[in-house]
Design a protein around this ligand. Sequence first.
Ligand SMILES: Nc1nc2c(c(=O)[nH]1)N[C@H]1C(S)=C(S)[C@@H](COP(=O)(O)OP(=O)(O)OC[C@H]3O[C@@H](n4cnc5c(=O)[nH]c(N)nc54)[C@H](O)[C@@H]3O)O[C@H]1N2
Ligand SMILES: Nc1nc2c(c(=O)[nH]1)N[C@H]1C(S)=C(S)[C@@H](COP(=O)(O)OP(=O)(O)OC[C@H]3O[C@@H](n4cnc5c(=O)[nH]c(N)nc54)[C@H](O)[C@@H]3O)O[C@H]1N2
Ligand code: SF4
Ligand SMILES: [Mo]
Length: 819
Amino acid sequence: MTFKRHVDRLPIIPADARKHNVTCQFCIVGCGYTAYSWAINEQGGTSPSDNTFGVDLSKQQAAMTPNWYSPSMYNIVKQDGKDVHIVIKPDPGCVVNSGLGSIRGARMAEESFSEARSTQQQRLTEPMVWRYGQMQPTSWDDALDLVARVTAAVIDAQGEDGLFVSAFDHGGAGGGYENTWGTGKLYFGAMKIKNIRIHNRPAYNSEVHATRDMGVGELNNCYEDAELADTIVAVGTNALETQTNYFLNHWVPNLRGTSMDKKNAQLPGEAHPPARIIFVDPRRTVTVNACEVEAGKDKVLHLPINSGTDLALFNAWLTYIAEKGWVDKGFIAASTNDFDKTVAANKTSLEDAAKITGLSVDDIRKAAEWIAQPKDGGARARTMFAYEKGLIWGNDNYRTNGALVNVALATGNVGRPGGGCVRMGGHQEGYVRPDYPGGKPAPYVDKLLLDGKGGVHHIWACDHYKTTLNADKFKQTYKKRTDLVKDAMSAVPYGDQKAMVAAILAAIGKGGLFAVDVDIVPTKIGQDCHVWLPGATSGEMNLTSMNGERRLRLTERYMDPPGQSMPDCLIAARLANNLERVFREMGKPAIADKFKGFDWKTEEDAFMDGYHANAKGGEFVTYERLRAMGTNGVQEPATGYENGKLVGTKRLFADGKFGTKDGKATFMATQWRGLEAPGKEEESKKFAFLINNGRGNHVWQSAYLDQKSEFVMNRWPYPFIQMNPDDMKELGLSEGDLVEVHNDNGATQAMVYPTPTARRKQAFMLFANPMGVQGNVVSPGVNELIIPNYKQTWADIRKIASVPGAARGTSFKSWEYKI
Ligand SMILES: Nc1nc2c(c(=O)[nH]1)N[C@H]1C(S)=C(S)[C@@H](COP(=O)(O)OP(=O)(O)OC[C@H]3O[C@@H](n4cnc5c(=O)[nH]c(N)nc54)[C@H](O)[C@@H]3O)O[C@H]1N2
Ligand SMILES: Nc1nc2c(c(=O)[nH]1)N[C@H]1C(S)=C(S)[C@@H](COP(=O)(O)OP(=O)(O)OC[C@H]3O[C@@H](n4cnc5c(=O)[nH]c(N)nc54)[C@H](O)[C@@H]3O)O[C@H]1N2
Ligand code: SF4
Ligand SMILES: [Mo]
């Protein structure tokens, strides 16, 4: 299928086009982009003085030229109310991506709101309120007044525990320092809300509690370390598809042997063997395939582990490495506690680990050798450990995380060039908030909502109907509760705000829930909400975030937000203003006073109040200084401002001092205890297929923008489910058939994608898709700190339809490539 059928030429970017610094609004990698914009009735020319590249465009350009842009990087948007051309293209000067785009980031322009070109017309432009049996547009004053009155009344009746909140805690679109501070100051400063959950898990906790408890903050290295490492250990991360340009621009050069100059210059006097990579993943990913092609099969070791058994593997590595004496004795003595105790506690033989993990003794040993065997000449091996959702949303999160950090610490690979034990990351980060007022473990918010608790729910940039666990049950209960309130609202005559609030409160008294959704598009959960508040997103506001190597940048506002939409931090501020007013009207001045300090006019005000005043090193950072640092920004924490430049921190813990009281990292006892979350073991026995799940390259998250992208929807009209062809034969399935995936938790559906490399009875399904929510079949089982276990899900599969219309014409070729 050809895309951009209607585009046969695009305007040349003129020499005097405006330029704005942009960091990709999507994933953790945070690639640098430049937004070029210019008047709608102008365009550049081919002569060097007439175009932004300063080159003669009438001549054929070289193969890897940056002097071009693709149709997906182009749109017409509004700037100060006027239509302008815009091109958002990767910045060759950014050290993160060196000019590379990805299939997601390089579509930022075409996924922008454009009246002229009709893209993203789904965007919310006005606040909407449930009235006359449907959502109706209204003013900010009207919508916020209703939200504030209901919220204040619920707090008055139930205390602050009656207010439930779901909120992003990340960077990039739907997050960033401005907005986490705005929501954080509202819920943890002005109020002390305990019943709050994060966008991707049902409680307010850390995805990586263990590494933090050990004193090892999780984003501790820099992207260059992947170019300096002798061995990379990739656990449950599919980096080619999910951290794309980090993989392409920093892992691949090392695997190809083209980062040797850097190694020789930065690490002189030691051997630099060809880079090797170990994958721990039950599934063969396209990342494994790419590494085999780029490095050669002998440098790639894929350990197709039994789902959820990583912990046993890591304990066996620690045991074997300690026995061999391949540990960093000096580092262990100077910078850590509890090494001997932990080695004794975690003792696991290669044979025992082989039994649990389904791997061979030889492969486990070989991996340990690649990780820790000293190099020729005796120098310590430099090994980088990287993990993401296969570990984080996997079995026994806390202990498994700790077990991997144990191996990194034992081999002295934290705080050193070519090392690190890091999250690969999901979104960029953008966390600055007052402390969470609740305890540990934090309340299991989804469960409380299912149990009928809470009276009002504020939702910020998340769509649980597509992304939570136990989603089928969650939806059923949530709808019942919010319908009670809808029916009550429909029965009140329009214009009587007092009667409206009273009716809502009465419905809440009967088990109802009043729900407010702050989002940029109508969402699935939004269908069952009573108020929608339209957010402005990255590029429609100034936004700061940091990436996976703590690189902080400012994305400059390059276009107007749609309609009346506002930055989330200002929505939080206006909500605070309204709560102050309503509490005062209710005769509660002491409570009203807590909502002071929200007089921000711009997102920069929120940044100065939040990041500048509260973040470590924030005192050095301003918008002006960040703007001057361009797409390379500064690595957090900032440590100074010298000669017109912000100074940052390349690696954490380079001085051997860690984040514990005595400054020593602490090893952790992490014994194996099987499938740990309640119900998982039984589920694994009862159902035929592992329903492994996660991401695919094209789609960003729950497809909130992609659902209106012809390009993505033509490729994936339904979520794919990868299956082994022999399993398909057994079930009478052909490529493209729709299947139902079902277990005791619920059911969902997906489109079968034959995948010869898939193991028997192990399927992999695209998560969070509007056309089939994988979370419907994920059980409510969590670990002791309320971390979900999305990856360990088992279900049965049955055919429900032969290749439906939308799937005809879809390619079912292998995703692998050869050279
Ligand atoms: N089965 C299964 N479930 C999972 C996972 C898994 O691996 N498997 N992974 C989990 C993970 S890691 C994640 S991150 C979550 C994702 O879960 P969610 O955060 O719920 O999913 P997103 O699609 O990222 O939702 C973002 C919402 O924010 C809105 N949005 C975007 N930009 C803005 C903005 O600037 N302002 C506002 N107000 N709204 C905005 C979008 O329209 C969208 O509705 O899913 C989790 N769920
Ligand atoms: N294209 C794209 N990129 C994204 C996103 C997106 O939506 N689309 N989302 C972003 C976000 S928010 C996140 S959190 C990241 C997630 O990034 P990743 O963690 O890389 O992505 P996933 O696909 O969720 O899971 C990674 C791998 O975990 C494996 N896995 C499953 N079970 C196990 C297990 O028991 N052990 C081990 N070791 N591995 C297992 C899966 O087979 C899968 O290959 O991606 C970010 N980048
Ligand atoms: S790799 Fe991530 S940050 Fe970079 S362009 Fe792609 S989605 Fe954006
Ligand atoms: Mo995520």
